[in-house]
Design a protein around this ligand. Structure first.
Ligand code: PAF
Length: 283
């Protein structure tokens, strides 16, 4: 596996690959790779001739300076993992390489970015769209892979691709969970042992809410999830919403959609964790 830091160098090797008729898969990441990322990379390696993994902690998507400063960085371990999976390139640009001048582009993904993370992390999705579009312009991938844990991000990236008229196929991949149900996330590394144990109650409650939902309204289910998690010492729900899986707009009745997802953000100590659960899935 080759480590590449410059856009021009990455474009050069990918042009060669394309001239040889090879397909290119891109897995955008911010590093601190775990099994969730590994599942995306494995899928890309299986579906494309060449896989590029970008490893870049993108400053424009952080609305909190401390969050950016504390974001885990584990480049050596990331390289070892990617090598073992068979990715061909890891792209590790500097901030200056990706942003030689400030990116002033403003995206509008109404209504997808006007709910949930869009409200609680102002500017976050604009920053995500800035970096992901730059990566798409640089790599020109045939396919790009994103995890469903960041459910709203995935919907917004699909919409961005539609708005920009890009040819890349967006592949959404299922959440990978630990044995106790906890969704894998780079931020889990920031939890203490005790917090990590407590945090397992988030997914436990989401799974339990699927049964609860069979005999209760959406309003009651939201209250059940929020009250259960808030009742656990060390956890505080920022929001829990039950939304249409396509439009991300809150639903008030189970009957009003065939794709229904519950999206949650919870604070565990200083760590902000997100997760989601499907109540009804499109076939
Ligand atoms: O999901 C992430 O890790 C990031 O938001 C992404 C898509 C790599 C953009 O920086």
């Amino acid at each position: 596996m080759k480590i590449i830091g410059k856009i021009a160098d990455l474009k050069a090797v990918l042009n060669q690959a394309r001239l040889a008729g090879q397909s290119v898969g891109l897995v955008p990441t911010m590093g601190a790779l775990h099994e969730g990322h590994a599942s995306l990379v494995r899928r890309s390696v299986g579906e494309n001739d060449v896989t590029v993994v970008s490893d870049f902690v993108n400053p424009t998507q952080f609305n909190d300076k401390n969050d950016l400063k504390n974001y885990p960085r584990t480049l050596d371990a990331d390289c070892a993992l990617l090598e073992s999976i068979g990715a061909q390139y890891i792209f590790t640009p500097s901030v200056e390489e990706m942003y030689p001048e400030p990116d002033t582009r403003q995206f509008d993904f109404t209504p997808l970015d006007k709910v949930m993370e869009g409200i609680h992390r102002p500017g976050h999705f604009n920053g995500v769209a800035q970096i992901v579009s730059k990566l798409f312009y640089t790599v020109e991938p045939d396919r790009a892979y994103f995890g469903e844990k960041d459910f709203q991000q995935l919907a917004i990236i699909r919409e961005m691709v539609r708005q920009l008229g890009l040819k890349v196929q967006i592949v959404g991949c299922p959440i990978v969970r630990e044995e106790d149900g906890m969704a894998l996330s780079s931020r889990n590394a920031l939890l203490t042992k005790a917090e990590r144990k407590t945090a397992a109650n988030i997914s436990r409650t989401l799974f339990a809410s699927r049964n609860y939902a069979h005999s209760h309204s959406i309003e009651d289910t939201i209250k059940y999830v929020a009250d259960t998690i808030n009742g656990i010492d060390g956890l505080e729900v920022e929001y829990f919403e039950i939304v249409d899986g396509n439009t991300l707009q809150p639903l008030s009745k189970w009957g009003s959609g065939d794709y229904i997802v519950g999206c949650i953000t919870v604070h565990c100590g200083k760590v902000r964790l997100i997760d989601n659960i499907k109540y009804r899935e499109k076939c």
